[in-house]
Write a protein that binds this ligand. Structure first.
Ligand code: SF4
Length: 237
């Protein structure tokens, strides 16, 4: 995509959603960090269900340590990998108390030294809590970046590096949310909803999905249903 196209791509996503927010629920930066750690390979909806009761009880690392690993496990047992996540959350809470005065450090490198906190988690916290221009490449951003031609790369880090270089100034803080929400609700993994996509004319993805019920959609379905032998006979006739 050209610089002008990238600007227009984000301008349209921003116009549709001027104040994008994470869908994880939290009341302070520490709760955000815990929610993001719990969300690895889980949905935000599932994490929110578990953390509503947990966060009513636990607002600080000290309260988490007091709750203990077993108590935390009881709250989050509906979330995937809850055993290792409980271990990590207790361990990171102890480190926050011991080394950071009970505060979440506003430094990506320091964050990634905490148990259970990888680059993506640190990028989310830096962006959502501290307004940093970071791009947390999850499965949605990785797909949207590659599909659209906005930021192509074989690894999440490669896509992140492209985004760092290419996203224009007015959109750098919100880009992470716009791309996630676009991937989650429009540019979906199995069937991207191209017919209602605000950036369809800019996107480089060739096999765009036609509107359900349209002539193009019916024709595409019919072509898929025909056996290969029949299609080749038709072509040679
Ligand atoms: S046109 Fe389709 S593939 Fe391209 S961004 Fe929109 S939904 Fe995704």
């Amino acid at each position: 995509m050209t610089r002008a196209e990238i600007f227009e791509f984000f301008r349209r996503l921003a116009e549709a959603n001027p104040d994008p927010q994470t869908e994880l629920e939290f009341g302070n930066t520490y709760q955000l960090l815990v929610a993001v750690v719990l969300s690895a390979q889980s949905t935000d909806v599932g994490v929110n269900k578990a953390t509503r009761a947990l966060f009513a009880e636990v607002r600080t690392p000290a309260q988490m340590v007091a709750l203990g690993e077993e108590g935390l496990r009881r709250h989050i047992k509906t979330i995937g990998l809850f055993n290792s996540k409980a271990k990590n959350v207790i361990a990171l809470s102890e480190i926050l108390i011991r080394d950071h005065g009970g505060e979440v450090p506003a430094d990506r490198d320091v964050l990634t030294e905490l148990p259970g906190v990888g680059r993506k988690t640190a990028n989310v916290v830096m962006n959502c809590a501290f307004g940093a221009e970071t791009f947390a490449v999850d499965t949605h951003i990785f797909r949207v970046g590659n599909r659209t031609g906005l930021a192509r790369g074989k690894t999440p880090l490669a896509v992140e590096k492209h985004l760092e270089k290419k996203v224009p100034a007015p959109f750098r803080v919100g880009a992470h949310h716009w791309l996630i929400l676009h991937g989650r609700y429009v540019c979906k993994a199995r069937t991207p909803e191209c017919w209602r996509c605000p950036v369809a004319d800019i996107c480089r993805y060739k096999a765009k999905t036609p509107e359900p019920g349209s002539i193009a959609s019916v024709a595409a379905k019919a072509a898929k249903r025909k056996p290969a032998g029949k299609r080749s006979k038709e072509r040679s006739a």
